[in-house]
Write a protein that binds this ligand. Structure first.
Ligand SMILES: Cc1cc2nc3c(=O)[nH]c(=O)nc-3n(C[C@H](O)[C@H](O)[C@H](O)COP(=O)(O)OP(=O)(O)OC[C@H]3O[C@@H](n4cnc5c(N)ncnc54)[C@H](O)[C@@H]3O)c2cc1C
Length: 460
């Protein structure tokens, strides 16, 4: 359909300020953090569930493909158009509708930014646990659709564990309400957990009922530097066997540490081969008692340095190395493949040693860091597109990473999602029968295959 005809059709369901077919807008809303790009046919900015339903019905009637989009910070090209899709951007659906302290829930629209929600909740003494590093720039709808999380997931879980219910518009334009407003409920199939992580392929999420957690009274942060990677990974396994679950347990390997140490001018011991950041939260009395027991028993083999912070300023300074890392990774090589694989925590020592081996085998640097308490490691494969050895080995190197992860009982993505970037690797992890069930579920929600077609699941 040509642009002016499309604009005419959109004008039948949306006010003039809520859609654009301008070529510059269509390009600007065709990118995400994967660095891939595509050209949308139009961009629409609905304000509420009713407007979303009208757009989806129009698209269903005319078989126009539609990509739900939050703020485009995803890394898997899940919002990148492939064939002039219409992009439905939730930026104007940015209202926090209800904060119900007694029932520990908040109702909000999908376009609310994660950080704006956290600021609002903090005033009432609550937080919503999912805490991607991108909180200031990503939307709740995106968090839900990718099941995004961050350091706190080790103790508090991901959106799947912190969402009570959703309002959503299916691919045929039906408005459905899933889940409950209660913390218990078993009526019907669990469509809430199905829609979370479905990357906009089953329905457009238009409202969410999120489960709140009271803010802890206090947090204690420990930074541990180790003289070998294996000493650090053994320490992770030991810490996760302790009955008290940390509220964060982050890992950086030698290269990640060196990069952050040098770029951030942190002045930490240069012989460090791995760093752990460990946090516990709770009441002050409980934390004091915990640290009195835990600090002397903190895994000592290979430990170079142990620092504990209690004040906000001290915590900020201990986290400096971890925060300094992401911005400087690209300084190592122009090409970066950023995977976010997960293995059972007890297999982390094997994973990291295998990654070292794969890096040597293909002569391609691999820098690893991430949410070790969940066994979730960001594997950064850094390559130079003009280095023939890198070009020849990069695909095989990536496959070797995935094969290793699956052999260790892991999974290909912990929080970044599949999108286009990882879609074709899915058959490595999921058997044909499981993929077939998923395709049939998609057909039930979206019979005309208009919602984010071609993303998240490989074609049959
Ligand atoms: C600097 C940086 C740091 C990051 N750190 C983390 C991190 O720590 N942890 C982490 O998990 N991720 C992280 N990410 C990735 C990204 O921020 C998350 O995936 C985030 O949840 C995406 O939100 P978004 O609003 O940008 O969604 P988008 O990128 O716009 O969309 C992502 C997916 O959600 C779908 N979608 C969006 N809104 C809806 C809706 N209303 N209904 C249905 N589907 C929808 C889209 O179709 C797409 O499939 C980071 C990204 C950056 C750039």
């Amino acid at each position: 359909m040509n642009r002016s005809r499309l604009a005419q059709r959109l004008a039948t369901v949306l006010p003039r300020e809520a859609y654009s077919t301008d070529a510059a807008d269509c390009l600007a809303y065709g990118v995400d953090n994967s660095k891939r790009s595509g050209q949308a046919a139009a961009v629409v900015f609905p304000e509420d569930t009713g407007q979303v339903a009208r757009v989806v019905r129009l698209c269903h009637e005319h078989r126009l493909p539609l990509i739900p989009r939050g703020r485009g910070t995803g890394t898997a090209a899940a919002v990148v158009p492939q064939d002039h899709e219409i992009v439905l951007c939730t930026a104007r659906m940015n209202k926090i509708l209800q904060l119900d302290s007694a029932n520990r829930l908040v109702v909000c629209q999908p376009g609310v930014l994660n950080q704006d929600l956290q600021d609002h909740l903090a005033e009432a003494g609550f937080f919503w646990p999912p805490d991607p590093t991108s909180a200031a720039i990503c939307s709740i709808g995106g968090n839900l659709a990718v099941n995004s999380a961050g350091p706190r997931a080790v103790k508090y879980g991901t959106p799947r564990e912190n969402t009570l219910g959703l309002t959503a518009v299916t691919g045929s334009g039906d408005i459905i309400h899933t889940g409950t407003r209660t913390t218990k409920g078993v009526v019907g199939y669990d469509l809430t957990r199905l829609l979370i992580g479905s990357e906009g392929t089953l329905a457009v999420i238009t409202e969410a009922v999120l489960k709140l957690t009271p803010k802890p009274e206090s947090t204690v942060t420990v930074r541990a530097l180790y003289d070998s990677e294996s000493a650090a990974t053994e320490a992770i396994v030991a810490l996760m066997q302790h009955p008290e679950t940390p509220s964060a347990l982050e890992f950086m390997d030698a290269q990640a540490f060196t990069l952050a140490n040098e770029h951030g001018q942190l002045g930490l011991p240069a012989q460090t081969q791995a760093m752990l950041m460990v946090e516990y939260d709770g009441s002050q009395a409980v934390l004091q008692a915990l640290m009195a027991v835990l600090a002397p028993r903190f895994p000592k083999a290979g430990l170079l340095d142990l620092q504990q912070a209690e004040t906000r300023q001290q915590r900020k300074s201990l986290w400096a190395a971890r925060k300094a890392l992401s911005p400087c990774l690209r300084s190592l090589a122009p090409g970066k493949i950023n995977e976010d694989v997960v293995v059972p925590v007890s297999r982390l020592p094997e994973l990291l040693s295998a990654l070292r081996h794969i890096s040597r085998q293909y002569g391609i640097p691999i820098v690893n860091f991430g949410h070790a308490g969940n066994g979730n490691i960001h594997v950064n494969i850094l390559y130079h597109p003009d280095n023939p050895q890198h070009v020849a080995g990069i695909d095989r190197c990536l496959e070797a990473v995935f094969e290793t992860v699956l052999k260790l009982g892991g999974t290909l993505s912990g929080e970044h999602g599949i999108g286009l970037v990882k879609r074709d690797f899915l058959p490595l992890e999921l058997e044909p029968a499981a993929l077939d069930v998923m395709r049939r579920i998609k057909a039930q929600f979206d019979p005309a295959n208009i919602l984010n077609p071609g993303k998240a699941i490989p074609p049959g």
